[in-house]
Design a protein around this ligand. Structure first.
Ligand code: G6P
Length: 483
């Protein structure tokens, strides 16, 4: 276990871990938000005391701002950065999710373009800096997260140059593309300069770190590099893979609850005598949901002996519903589900159970525990936390199997998953059959090896390892996370 970390830390991420709802005029309800970044950092908060700055998702009347600020600081150690709605939309739906997100995932054909988006992006990064600067003290670590805030480290370094022993860290929760995709980006030089004004820049895998080092060397002059650091403009920057994790203990604890046991009994009863394949994904085009559905269709077509004996439960968690590419994906997925159920279903058997919504944590744990196989078919994915959560809810007896896309970062960290190419539908379909036929002994061995990783490389370990690297400016002795 990496040593605990005790310095003062400010965490900055686009989204606060809390969503605010105005239930009646001047009366607010606070709910915990979901997502890999939020849950990873929330677990870290148990081990490291940090202030969390971010956008609360809504703008509220100026008379209510102080009350909300007070509530959030008091109850959650969270500091909201309010943004005018139109600006927030152009930053979030516009530049962040319609330009950066597709390019970071190497999908230039999905990029949208509106001139006002890049200006909004720069403005929001400036507003974040305005809100954070008054809180920073000598010796602090300011840890900036994700693609919504790529320009923020550079702005903070310029404004906080006089602070003593200030460390700035940046962690990207997505993949980093190769330089032929990265160089498509508007203000690519500014993004690289900003990141190189950090002390530590972290990615989920060593491959993403290497791709960033390559891009920085292409875009900026005067960069000299070694495998895990870089020198530019008289400064040293550590660039390395720090794969995030989860807190498996939290899932196991939930598994013991009556609510989960009840849900699990219900599922076992409903799907008695059938194998369950599971997909849990935000409804995002990076997740390869159409590929998974087509492979399942092909599997049922080629292996009729399995008809009526296997179901695919696909949970599609709503995300970014205002972005047009996400609306089109929903239409495509729902039409495929209808087509496949119409083709292979009977009055007594529905092959795909599809839900477009979030479900309660207890229901999710039960679903993970009840499923024989979890299929991750992303066509590009930073790490993929669903795979870790699935393993955490299994045990040596159930020994569920993970099918993992070659294009998800977790393929590098979980050694014993079954690797699939989501583009190769015939082989993907055959692999579903092979996995369903896998002997119990092999399932158990693979589960045990994956569980060891999930138990060892937790989100607390990820966070303390990153922060200690910022603090000491040297890498931990043993590279974390098996990348
Ligand atoms: C990815 C991103 C996170 C983001 C999450 C959910 O994991 O790296 O920054 O919070 O997706 O997306 P959303 O747009 O709903 O916050």
């Amino acid at each position: 276990m990496d040593e605990a970390f005790e310095g003062r830390v400010l965490v900055i991420a686009n989204r606060l871990p809390i969503t605010i709802k105005e239930v009646s005029e001047g009366d607010f309800e606070y709910n915990i938000s979901s997502g890999g970044l939020v849950s990873g950092l929330r677990s870290l908060a148990k081990a490291v005391d940090f202030k969390w700055f971010g956008w609360p998702g809504i703008d509220i009347h100026r008379n209510d701002k102080d009350k909300v600020r007070h509530d959030l600081a008091d109850k959650f150690n969270a500091y909201p950065i309010f943004l005018p709605e139109d600006l927030a939309q152009r930053h979030y739906n516009g530049f962040s999710n319609s330009v950066l997100w597709p390019l970071l995932h190497r999908m230039p054909e999905k990029v949208g373009a509106e001139e006002s988006w890049s200006k909004a992006y720069q403005e929001v990064n400036e507003i974040f800096a305005d809100n954070i600067v008054p809180y920073v003290e000598d010796g602090d670590i300011v840890w900036v997260h994700d693609y919504h805030l790529l320009l923020l480290p550079g702005i903070l370094r310029a404004r906080l140059g006089k602070k003593k022993n200030l460390r700035i860290g940046f962690f990207l929760h997505t993949p980093f593309p190769t330089d032929d995709f990265f160089t498509i980006l508007p203000f690519r030089e500014e993004i690289c300069q900003s990141l190189l004004l950090c002390d530590v820049v972290g990615f989920h895998t060593q491959e993403y770190a290497r791709d960033f080092l390559d891009s920085a060397s292409v875009v900026l002059e005067g960069v000299s590099r070694s495998p895990s650091d870089l020198h530019w403009d008289g400064r040293k920057v550590i660039v390395h893979g720090f794969p995030i994790g989860i807190e498996p203990g939290d899932f196991r604890e939930k598994m013991e609850s009556d609510a989960v046991k009840q849900e699990l009994d219900g599922l076992k009863n409903q799907f008695k005598g059938q194998k369950i394949l599971l997909g849990v994904d935000r409804l995002d085009y990076i997740k390869g949901i159409p590929q998974k559905l087509r492979a399942f269709d092909r599997f049922l077509t080629e292996h009729k002996e399995w008809l009526g004996k296997v179901v695919l439960i696909q949970l599609a968690i709503p995300t970014r519903p205002d972005v047009v590419t996400y609306q089109r994906l929903r239409e495509e997925v729902e039409s495929l589900v209808g087509h496949i159920n119409g083709k292979h279903g009977t009055f007594s058997h529905t092959p795909i159970h599809y839900l477009y919504r979030s479900i309660k944590p207890e229901q999710l744990c039960a679903l993970y525990a009840a499923s024989d196989v979890c299929i991750i078919s992303s066509i590009r994915d930073g790490l993929n936390m669903v795979s870790y959560e699935y393993i955490a809810c299994q045990n040596k007896e159930t020994a569920g199997t993970l099918m993992m896309s070659y294009y998800a970062g977790a393929v590098k960290t979980l050694p014993s998953c079954i690797v699939i190419n989501p583009w190769d539908i015939p082989r993907f379909a055959n692999t579903i059959r092979d996995v369903l036929d896998m002997p119990q002994e092999e399932r158990r061995q693979r589960y045990t090896e994956n569980a060891h990783v999930v138990d060892t490389y937790t989100s607390v370990r990820w966070g303390t390892s990153f922060l200690n690297t910022c603090y000491k400016m040297e890498l931990p002795k043993q590279t974390d996370g098996g990348t």
